[in-house]
Design a protein around this ligand. Structure first.
Ligand SMILES: Cc1ncc(COP(=O)(O)O)c(C=O)c1O
Length: 377
């Protein structure tokens, strides 16, 4: 079955009781236990719920994963995953990473005796060199946020396997339609379902997936203990959003490629970061491991005045935190997604005050380009 069919038919998409074309919202916190003292399939919504489970099955089908555990946000999924580690463990991660993930590792995990080393994620050897006796996890994003740096997933996962290290990939930017980290040897795949999976900027939700039973048990246990289960409405909206993921991603990725190619021709744009451009560092690796460059790009303007001008004048993209909506979203990593990183770390990572991130929606690409061009005039 091709993925665009899996998206609609590769998991239970009819309501099992009524046959309704949409899974019902099971709006309950608890479940009557018919066979007391034997527990039924569902006992309490913080543990599981039919609507939440239906959403988990949908993403599991797309990522071809045996286990999928949904959370109240992408950060919920990331926290539950990182908290499978123990005091004394060590993580290796890239320098260019979502600010919230960095903050969690730097500010919180450190308090519990979990240390980390940040490396240049594009340098495969650097992953191996950073391994210590107590390294238990490689945490990666490819493309990374916000500079779209590319890690050779297969090579890095092989290193992880060789050293019995768990490899975790945040696949939010690519979605299972563009990149399949499990096929490249990854142990855990994470999504902020808030973004492309939901696709309409109307939910906050996350999911962690794996094919390893032991890891799945720990992820499930952490969700229950941390109380980070998603809402019923969000799970239902995710199910609905997923049905159009293939058409949305195709258009959004096409728009990103078009904009990246055209923005780099503008005088005021110093540099464009997009894995679909042959000039992008890591283009060949991305070609090998992903179907295209994705729907997110970043670009560098010349000065602060141009940045202000762009954000004030654009009329099509919304100016906002987040990405992955049907509407294009123009963000300013310096004060938005990466504001929680110390200034010196932002600069070190290349997150400068003139960097703009654009998540392409499904509008007409010419209109988007003209809007950005006109805004910079
Ligand atoms: C790559 C990536 N991972 C995780 C997250 C966190 O997701 P959420 O906001 O759903 O907690 C984000 C948020 O922007 C992100 O960009």
């Amino acid at each position: 079955m091709h993925t665009d069919t899996t998206i609609l038919h590769g998991y239970p998409m009819l309501d099992p009781v009524t046959g309704a074309a949409s899974i019902s919202k099971c709006q309950t916190s608890t479940f009557h236990q018919n066979d007391f003292p034997k527990a039924g399939q569902y006992t309490y919504t913080r543990f599981s719920n039919p609507t939440i489970h239906a959403a988990e099955l949908a993403v599991m089908a797309l990522e071809k994963a045996k286990y999928g555990i949904a959370y109240s946000s992408g950060m919920g999924a990331i926290s539950a995953t990182l908290l499978t580690l123990k005091s004394g463990d060590h993580i290796v991660l890239g320098k260019d990473i979502y600010g919230g993930t960095f903050q969690l590792i730097h500010d919180l995990m450190n308090n519990f005796g979990i240390t980390y080393t940040q490396i240049d994620e594009t340098d495969t050897e650097a992953w191996e060199k950073a391994i210590q006796e107590n390294t238990k996890m490689f945490y990666l994003e490819t493309p990374s946020n916000p500079l779209l740096k590319i890690t050779d997933l297969q090579a890095v996962c092989q290193i992880a396997q060789k050293h019995h290290i768990i490899s975790v990939c945040d696949n939010t930017f690519m979605t299972p339609l563009v990149q399949s980290p499990f096929e490249l040897g990854c142990d855990v795949v994470i999504h902020s379902a808030t973004k492309f999976l939901g696709g309409h900027s109307d939910i906050v939700m996350g999911i962690a997936l794996t094919n390893d039973e032991k890891i799945a048990q720990n992820l499930e246990k952490n969700k229950r203990i941390l109380g980070s289960c998603p809402g019923i409405e969000e799970s239902w909206l995710l199910l609905r959003g997923i049905k159009t993921l293939a058409v949305r991603m195709e258009k959004a990725c096409h728009n990103a490629q078009f904009l990246a190619e055209n923005l780099q021709a503008l005088d005021k744009v110093k540099q464009v970061y997009y894995p679909g451009l042959p000039t992008h560092d890591g283009f060949d690796i991305n070609q090998k491991q992903a179907k295209n460059g994705g729907a997110v790009l970043s670009f560098e303007l010349e000065n602060a005045q141009q940045v202000e001008q762009l954000f004030h004048n654009v009329t099509i993209p919304i100016v906002a935190v987040s990405l992955g909506g049907v509407e294009s979203i123009l963000s300013y990593p310096w004060s938005m997604s990466h504001a929680c990183m110390p200034e010196s770390d932002r600069i070190k990572a290349g997150v400068t005050p003139t960097l703009i991130r654009l998540s392409c929606g499904i509008e007409n690409p010419e209109d988007l380009l003209h809007d950005i061009k006109d805004s910079l005039m």
